[in-house]
Design a protein around this ligand. Structure first.
Ligand code: MG
Length: 191
């Protein structure tokens, strides 16, 4: 199957990178309980300047389990297309993201799409951490699975195909044609 895979917050720990760069004890990752980070960080909109740094995406660490999962999905014969938003003011944002993919993903073959309209991207399944992306894509693809990747900023969102971590996504997609393999069900998050 063709897997549409988000980068930031799914493969790439950008939020964790921002927290590391701030060199402050709070907020922590688990404190970011909503999408708009300006409502969480004391500097308000000032926090968004981190997204414009010339290394914010390229130097971020992978999310735990992401590289192993990516590799297993490729080995299972799936095709993966990275689908990511590039902030308007970011410094070489797309180039940074390609650099990250080349540095971290085995057999990365330039399959990357930059768009704010992920619902227009064709595939068999989407994995994303933003509920709005999931909902819009599902509207266009009502019979296909849309997986909400668990992050603190979406833990309050109710979505049927929410998983606990990468391992569960791998189990689900590797065995996708096996009717006994199912996603866990209701939305929940475990830190
Ligand atoms: Mg994301």
């Amino acid at each position: 199957m063709l897997i549409i895979m988000d980068m930031d917050g799914v493969l790439v720990d950008v939020q964790g990178h921002i927290i590391e760069l701030r060199k402050k004890n709070t907020p922590t990752l688990s404190d970011i309980t909503e999408w708009n980070m300006c409502n969480i960080f004391p500097e308000g909109n000032g926090v968004y300047h981190y997204f414009n740094l010339p290394y914010i995406f390229s130097d971020a660490k992978p999310i735990e389990g992401a590289i192993e999962a990516y590799t297993k999905l490729l080995d299972a014969g799936h095709e993966i297309v990275l689908c990511t938003v590039v902030p308007f003011d970011s410094h070489n944002g797309l180039h940074q993201k390609i650099t990250w993919a080349k540095n971290h993903l085995p057999n990365f073959d330039h399959n990357i799409i930059a768009t704010h309209r992920k619902d227009l991207v064709r595939g068999d399944v989407i994995i994303d951490d933003k509920i709005e992306n999931i909902e819009m894509w599902k509207k266009m693809n009502p019979n296909k699975p849309a997986i909400l990747f668990p992050r603190p900023w979406n833990k309050a969102k109710d979505w049927d195909n929410t998983v606990k971590a990468w391992g569960e996504i791998v189990d689900y997609l590797v065995g996708y044609n096996d009717p006994t393999v199912k996603l866990c069900g209701r939305s929940y998050y475990e830190e």
